[in-house]
Design a protein around this ligand. Structure first.
Ligand SMILES: Cc1cc2nc3c(=O)[nH]c(=O)nc-3n(C[C@H](O)[C@H](O)[C@H](O)COP(=O)(O)OP(=O)(O)OC[C@H]3O[C@@H](n4cnc5c(N)ncnc54)[C@H](O)[C@@H]3O)c2cc1C
Length: 574
């Protein structure tokens, strides 16, 4: 089937839906998602969305700007950070008006809690900056935006998986898409295409990310010649449930929870004396891994405890109901009576598709844009999070830059002419799909995926070094070769999840290579990228963004300077 829209949006998380609402004021909009729209990973966000409302104590966008910059280990672009922090207050009011049921203070104002790295007076003490809806903040915002997008007449295509994004002669003309239910191939022609396809945490064995977070569209664009920025910067959240990776929100520490090692010590006092357990995630994850490596895990095992037993039971019931349920269901423990075993879990991709502050995708490190192609949300790198994102800044990023991309699209489609994807790309995709569905090799996608995710976890997670990364790069080549022999047993067209898993595996490995090689070339430690063989930050040589390009000769690197407008790099102490 062939469709024509002014705007095509890939992804129905917060970024995609916020952009859709905006773009629909200017023309027809289609939103594609490989899931049901409200199952997007945004709905799993627990802890909150940041804005310096100052409802509970004094706060200012300026402090938010400083914290985000310092949190990013000075790799964040300050033009973008300034925009985000300034726009945060308006954004929260707008979300409230769209129907988001935020938790309240006794006087009826939007309640706020503490979160890692958010401080008052440029680092003096933690500040209450996270607006929340109990510990189901993403769910509340996602449903409100979905309702609004329906009211705006946005056309929704659930369970439509994008196979290719078509860029011809430097212009994007839409996407080729599989209807998962029927197995039919659809062509979506559009003047403007926005990629809002979320994160790719499934690259790692232990992750808080949903099954669908496989980074398909980043991989597709990378193959199509679009660079990927700062892929070495991947965040590990300190508190994943031990053995499972399911997230326990930082809000648990924001409400008073503390981390304790096997000796019963509150070890964060040693690593971040001023803000302790509320230090940024990269520091807390490294601290936990160091405690475990030095033999201070609980009972000699590889986890530490998150202790909430001293927190008022009523606070746990009212503000953290979701994580209490997770602990009961998955670990058989009640967090008000037992400490929670936790270990860092792969959580958030700081790197991604490079864009300007209006969502336009950059084709190179010099700032050339690709006509008609936009990106926003976790798949994009604008870059507000630099080498390490602060908690609650991602939901803010999705709605602030989703809206800006939607507005830029509105301006663009007015004068843009109709697009028509040529027959060539769609014939190619059909042939590729046919070949895959008829493949009879001995390898199994599921088994290869487990092997791949384990090797990424072992050699490219919280700590990295030259030897591990170089070995990983070699092993990735081997596993990539083996994917050519993946056999598919299901030859059916409808709901062929075996086929989809094989496609997603290729995307995961493609991104794994970009991450491993980007990590190998950055010879310093900055934010979440921590090299044991280069433990210091090196501003002289590495205060710059990595741009990875896929070429006929393999992956090549170029660099873009960091935009510094307000805060000069300084030592990062908390
Ligand atoms: C457990 C958890 C808790 C979190 N808590 C917080 C928090 O409290 N505060 C905070 O700020 N951040 C939090 N984050 C991070 C934040 O939720 C995400 O970064 C953000 O929601 C991403 O939104 P998005 O719109 O970019 O993408 P997503 O919400 O991930 O949506 C991606 C969309 O793209 C679609 N898609 C992907 N590939 C394809 C394809 N090939 N074809 C068609 N569709 C496709 C998916 O179906 C989906 O609709 C959390 C993340 C996790 C995992």
């Amino acid at each position: 089937m062939i469709h024509y829209f002014d705007t095509l949006i890939i992804g129905s998380g917060l970024a995609g839906l916020r952009a859709a609402i905006e773009a629909s004021r200017h023309g027809s909009v289609a939103v594609l998602t490989k899931l049901y729209p409200t199952r997007s990973h945004s709905g799993a966000a627990q802890g909150g969305i940041s804005a310096a409302l100052g409802n509970e104590e004094p706060d200012s966008p300026e402090w938010h700007f400083y914290d985000t910059t310092k949190g990013s280990d000075f790799l964040g672009d300050q033009d973008a950070i300034g925009i985000m922090c300034e726009d945060a207050i308006r954004t929260i009011v707008e979300l409230e008006h769209m129907g988001v049921p935020f938790s309240r203070t006794p006087e009826g104002k939007i309640a706020q809690r503490r979160f890692g790295g958010h401080t008052r007076d440029f680092g003096a003490a933690p500040v209450r900056r996270a607006c929340y809806s109990a510990d189901r903040t993403g769910h509340a915002i996602l449903f409100a935006l979905y309702e609004q997008s329906e009211l705006q007449g946005v056309a929704s295509f659930p369970e439509f998986q994008v196979l290719d994004i078509v860029i011809e002669n430097g212009r994007c003309s839409g996407a080729l898409v599989l209807d998962i239910q029927s197995g039919d191939l659809h062509t979506f022609n559009a003047k403007a295409t926005l990629v809002a396809s979320g994160g790719y945490g499934r690259v790692f064995k232990t992750t808080s990310n949903a099954l669908a977070s496989t980074g398909d569209c980043l991989s597709i664009l990378f193959d199509g010649g679009i660079p990927l920025e700062d892929m070495e910067c991947f965040q590990f959240h300190p508190t994943g449930l031990y053995g499972l990776g399911i997230l326990i929100t930082e809000g648990a520490r924001g409400e008073g929870g503390i981390l304790v090692n096997g000796k019963g010590e509150r070890f964060m006092e040693r690593y971040a004396p001023t803000i302790k357990d509320l230090a940024p995630r990269d520091m807390v994850s490294r601290a936990i891994m160091t405690e475990i490596r030095e033999g201070r895990g609980v009972d000699g095992k590889d986890f530490v405890h998150l202790d909430l037993r001293h927190v008022d039971k009523k606070i746990i019931e009212e503000r953290l109901p979701e994580i209490s349920t997770f602990c009961k269901i998955y670990m058989g423990i009640d967090p008000s009576e037992n400490p929670i075993p936790v270990l860092p879990t792969a959580h958030y991709a700081m790197g991604g598709i490079p864009t300007d502050v209006d969502g336009r995708v950059l084709g190179d490190e010099k700032g050339a844009t690709i006509e008609g192609l936009y990106a926003a949300g976790e798949c994009a790198c604008v870059s507000v999070h630099g080498a390490n994102r602060l908690g609650c800044n991602s939901l803010l990023d999705t709605v602030v830059f989703g809206r800006r991309a939607g507005m830029a699209i509105g301006g663009y489609i007015k004068d843009a002419d109709r697009r028509e994807i040529a027959k060539g790309p769609s014939d190619r995709v059909k042939a590729d799909m046919n070949a895959l569905v008829n493949s009879t090799g001995d390898e199994k996608a599921g088994a290869l995926r487990s092997e791949f995710r384990k090797m990424m976890m072992d050699r490219c997670s919280v700590f990295r070094n030259e030897e591990g990364l170089a070995g990983l790069v070699q092993d990735l080549k081997t596993i990539k070769e083996r994917t050519k022999y993946v056999g598919i047993k299901d030859r059916g067209a409808q709901f062929n999840t075996e086929l989809l898993e094989a496609l997603e595996l290729n995307h995961l490995i493609n991104l794994g290579e970009a991450i491993a090689l980007s990590a190998l070339q950055r010879k310093e430690s900055r934010g979440a990228h921590s090299r044991e063989d280069f433990p210091e930050r090196d501003d002289e040589n590495w205060l710059k963004h990595t741009f990875a390009f896929k070429t006929g000769r393999g992956i090549e690197f170029r660099y873009k300077p960091v935009t510094i407008t307000r805060f000069k790099p300084e030592e990062r102490k908390y």
